[in-house]
Design a protein around this ligand. Structure first.
Ligand code: ATP
Ligand code: MG
Length: 416
């Protein structure tokens, strides 16, 4: 019988994507062990790769949406059955130790109530399918390929479910639905495309994996790594704040993940507890790449992110770069150990006063904090981006090193 730990390891090692025969070496933080068979199995139907010389220029033909239509266009009862029925794989191939819970029929309920078909340019823009992705094509996926489990949450554009692949070895994933018409109404087609493109290329133990994606007439489905312990925000709300030890361990993982992202020229720009999930072993996973930009050598002026986590350069409407994430890391550290963000002002005029406090870096510490944590925060929350403590130095800071588990090899963390 599979244990949670062994299944987690399998999920972590899951490689649904067929790698192109590119000359580039493996990404820095990719987990390597025993993925070959899994990769073969799950990319069995991957679109063939074009020769390297044409890879960047060849536009792959769009697949017919007919082929990928989800089983949710008829009556909700029969659809529910279709979505939940299993293809009964051999018992030894299943993972009976993990219960994916009961499906509530939410996809069918939603599909009747919300979502118009989109047409024209938007339909083309949102015809997202990882089997025809340029860099890492996967096999063709449809809703029929999954057994539906319990609801995990509701996002802005649709519900998220715990699911299991019907194909052996029956992996557990989170399936996130996005209604195309709502994306169009919110005018975020480009942002969603960007989120998907960015996330699909990232491989780091503390960055939520996007294994694949597909679509039907009304919806886009994202096959996400399952974060078994849910939202970090909920933990913070439950406990008020975290101990310095727990906070330091999260910040250690955050710094490592951000270093990886920045090495790929990805700036997250929306670091906050609501965008962090926890894996089955409590390890941190950066999610929600909606505001991130892929900006090699590019400085952006767009105002985005959440007020409490905005750095002075963004509040002041100046150009900004990857160092915005260092500021946010400082704000996050403060919020973990204190329980609220450092420049927050509630009530009447709170927004303006928060802005003022950010620009002045009006930082005040409660007495109970250790000198070490105050030092990390103060070094990250510097007005000038170039003065902020670099991530490599965060990883070496005594406050982080002191609490790092002995068996932890930074970059290839061991969680069990
Ligand atoms: P919001 O504005 O509420 O953040 P969203 O569109 O960003 O919406 P998500 O945050 O991705 O949606 O998903 C909604 C909820 O579903 C999350 O708050 C979380 O509880 C749950 N969830 C999402 N992805 C996963 C996952 N990979 N593993 C476990 N739970 C998840
Ligand atoms: Mg979210």
């Amino acid at each position: 019988m599979a244990t949670i730990g062994s299944v987690t390891r399998q999920i972590a090692a899951l490689e649904l994507n067929k790698k192109p025969t590119s000359s580039a070496g493996p990404p820095l933080h990719t987990k390597q062990p025993s993925q070959t068979n899994v990769a073969k199995l799950l990319s069995k139907y991957a679109a063939p790769l074009p020769p390297l010389s044409t890879q960047n220029t060849l536009a792959k033909p769009q697949k017919s949406t007919q082929k990928m239509r989800a089983p949710t266009t008829g009556s909700s009862n029969s659809n529910r059955k279709a979505a939940t029925s299993s293809s009964s794989p051999a018992p030894e191939a299943t993972q009976p130790g993990i219960d994916i819970g009961n499906y509530d029929g939410g996809l069918e309920i939603d599909n009747e109530k919300r979502g118009e078909k989109v047409s024209g340019e938007a339909a083309t823009e949102l015809a997202l399918d990882s089997s025809s992705a340029r860099q890492y094509p996967t096999r063709v996926w449809t809703l029929h390929d999954f057994d539906m489990g319990r609801p995990l949450g509701k996002g802005k554009f649709g519900r998220v479910y715990m699911v299991r692949t019907k194909a052996e070895p029956r992996y557990i994933l989170a399936l996130k639905t996005l209604y195309k018409s709502e994306i169009v109404a919110g005018r975020v087609e480009k942002q969603i495309r960007r989120e998907i493109e960015i996330q699909q290329n990232l491989r780091h133990p503390n960055v939520l994996r996007l294994y694949g994606y597909f679509h039907d007439e009304k919806r886009i489905f994202l096959m996400l790594e399952f974060a078994g312990k849910g939202e970090l925000y909920r933990q913070l709300a439950k406990y008020g704040c975290f101990s310095e030890k727990r906070s330091a361990r999260y910040i250690d993982q955050m710094a490592d993940a951000l270093m990886y992202l920045h090495s790929k020229h990805v700036i997250h720009r929306d670091i906050k507890p609501e965008n962090l999930l926890l894996g089955l072993n409590g390890e941190l996973k950066i999610a929600d790449f909606g505001w991130s930009v892929h900006a090699p050598g590019n400085r952006r002026r767009t105002m985005c992110g959440t007020l409490d986590y905005l750095p002075p350069e963004m509040v002041e409407g100046k150009e900004h770069g990857e160092k915005v994430d260092l500021w946010a890391l400082g704000v996050l550290t403060y919020e973990f150990v204190v329980g609220n963000p450092p420049f927050e002002v509630r009530g009447h005029g709170g927004v303006d006063r928060t802005y003022t406090r950010i620009v002045k870096v009006d930082l005040r510490f409660p007495a109970a904090l250790s000198p070490d944590v105050k030092d990390v925060i103060a070094r990250l929350l510097r007005h000038e981006p170039q003065d902020r403590l670099p991530l490599s130095k965060v990883l070496q800071h005594p406050w982080i090193v002191k609490y790092r588990p002995k068996d932890c090899l930074r970059g290839r963390q061991v969680y069990e």
